[in-house]
Design a protein around this ligand. Structure first.
Ligand code: ZN
Length: 234
């Protein structure tokens, strides 16, 4: 096997490693995007709960108000019993009428407030259902991503082992060094020199001398433009 062939084999593994690493970087991002979809339904559910809490609060407040007004009426009636003059008695009757009127209004408001409760309840139920459905979907998707992360990690570990083996087969350290230096900057590193003498990496036509060197397999031949290692399928 030529040394260029050993580099091509190494590059094949490196290609897989690059893809796996890219995917591994992308998977958590996809998971975060999916989880963010829950934000809307979570906010709706929270708003529905706050709304219900307010509705209950209003009913309780009106109950308290009604109770206070009833007590007040009771108190006025008791006081009225001990009054001496007609005038005083009539004044109290007027007061009692006024407070009774307030009580009536409060009780009407109380009924109206209680009418709001079922719809507040229904809104929560609806929001909860939507939340549950979305959360279920998101969880299933995130579980799938977690599985994929585990699978890709395992594949990557395997590929890295394979790479170590392939790297051992590159017997010329100068080739290896050259390849490694170029790997992060120009991918792929080892490219074909086409039949027309064009570098398949940067598409520059090479001088005839380069083609000759590639054909005669005289060591490491690099593209005069991009520096990629050239080879030709025979
Ligand atoms: Zn080139």
């Amino acid at each position: 096997m030529t040394v260029v062939q050993t580099l091509i084999d190494l590059q094949e593994v490196d290609g897989r490693i690059r893809e796996l690493e890219l995917e591994l970087k992308d998977l958590p991002r996809r998971k975060a995007l999916e989880t963010a979809r829950l934000n809307g339904v979570t906010a709706d559910l929270q708003a529905a709960k706050t709304n219900q809490e307010k509705a209950n609060q209003r009913v309780r407040e009106l109950e308290d108000d009604a109770k206070a007004l009833k007590d007040k009426i009771q108190q006025l009636k008791v006081s009225q019993m001990g009054l001496k003059t007609n005038k005083e008695y009539q004044d109290f009757s007027i007061q009692i009428d006024l407070v009774s009127h307030d009580l009536e209004t409060t009780e009407n408001n109380q009924l109206a407030a209680m009418d709001d409760l079922p719809s507040a309840e229904a809104r929560i139920k609806d929001a909860q259902e939507k939340f549950d459905a979305a959360a279920g979907g998101v969880k299933a998707y995130c579980d799938e991503i977690d599985e994929r992360i585990a699978a890709v990690s395992a594949e990557l570990a395997q590929a890295q082992k394979e790479r170590a083996e392939k790297a051992k087969l590159v017997t010329d350290p100068r080739f290896m060094l050259y390849y490694e230096r170029l790997r992060t900057k120009r991918w792929p590193v080892v490219v074909q020199l086409t039949r027309e003498g064009v570098c398949d990496g940067c598409h520059l036509v090479q001088p005839p001398s380069v083609s000759q060197m590639v054909d005669h397999n005289t060591g490491l031949v690099a593209c005069t433009m991009c520096g990629r290692i050239l080879y030709r399928d025979i």
